[in-house]
Design a protein around this ligand. Structure first.
Ligand code: ATP
Ligand code: MG
Length: 270
């Protein structure tokens, strides 16, 4: 996608600055935890009293509905086809959390960036404090469009070299196409804090040297078998194993995000 297309498509605040804070969750490499973090950070923000929308923008392989264990009758494809709108399609998945689910069957090429932008603008009007977009792996146009809609791009990374290399590649593309967009790391599947620090250090050695930019981290989430159990049982981790190490880490990460966003919502609706 050209730089021009990205800036033209970047979300604009609606009148009164009431649109939600938009977070796009990306990674470059697939299978690093974008979807489980999206779902559970949303729940964590919901627990903090924020109203949250989760948009499953992984066009080809959406799975937020599976992670939440719900079957929304209407999905984003119904909106793309002009059959419904976001108000009707949003499905209550948990306290303070509604999801716009996707449906397997389409390929990313079937949905143009302009369509994604149209849905993003519709979601702005749905009375929420935060919109979290779960994206596909890679850096295709649909993923970059989701990033262009975001106030903050969260790049999920693990301590494995392919993940670090791909995350760096994605950050480089973001730097070129949308240099003003805030980017932060979430280190997933870690052994401990030291392991997470090491990943952040490695990433910043590359970004500071080649992009002249420091990328902060909003936290880390340990490898935890309860994550798998929650997926198998189709019950979100924060509900199924609220005291597990991963749930505690995600909750504290969500709390930090909510605190950082608090000033934005002071005096406005939630
Ligand atoms: N903190 C964790 N502890 C243990 N397992 C994890 C953790 N995070 C993710 N996983 C495992 O990694 C798998 C992939 O997670 P997830 O589907 O969220 O990744 P993804 O980045 O969204 O993948 P894709 O790129 O295919 O969309 C999960 O099925 C889960 O088993
Ligand atoms: Mg995913």
């Amino acid at each position: 996608m050209s730089e021009q297309a990205v800036s033209a498509a970047r979300a604009q605040p609606i009148a009164g600055g009431q649109r939600p804070f938009v977070i796009a969750v990306c990674s470059g490499k697939g299978g690093v935890g974008k979807s489980i973090l999206t779902a559970n950070i949303a729940l964590g923000l919901g627990e903090e009293g924020l109203s949250v929308l989760v948009w499953d923008a992984d066009i080809a392989f959406p799975n937020q509905h599976i992670l939440f264990g719900v079957e929304p009758p209407l999905r984003s494809n119904d909106i793309f086809q002009g059959k419904t709108d976001t108000f009707t399609a949003l499905f209550p998945a948990a306290a303070n959390v509604r999801i716009l689910a996707g449906k397997t069957g389409a390929g990313p090429a079937d949905v143009q960036p302009e369509e994604l932008h149209r849905v993003a603008l519709m979601l702005h009007g749905e009375s929420s404090a935060v919109l979290i977009i779960d994206t596909a792996a890679g850096s295709s146009d649909d993923v970059l469009q989701c990033c262009a809609e975001a106030d903050l791009v969260l790049v999920v990374v693990t301590d494995e070299p392919p993940s670090i290399v791909d995350a760096y590649g994605l950050i480089k593309i973001l730097q070129t196409n949308m240099p003003a967009t805030a980017v932060a790391l979430v280190v997933n599947n870690t052994i401990d804090a030291e392991d997470a620090d090491e990943v952040v250090k490695k990433m910043n050695m590359a970004t500071e040297r080649f992009l002249k930019r420091r990328i902060g981290s909003i936290g880390f989430v340990p490898y935890d078998r309860s994550v798998r159990t929650s997926i198998v049982e189709q019950k979100p981790l924060l509900h199924l194993q609220p005291s597990s190490d991963a749930a505690l880490a995600i909750r504290s990460l969500a709390r930090a995000l909510a605190t950082a966003l608090a000033s934005r919502f002071a005096g406005s609706r939630r």
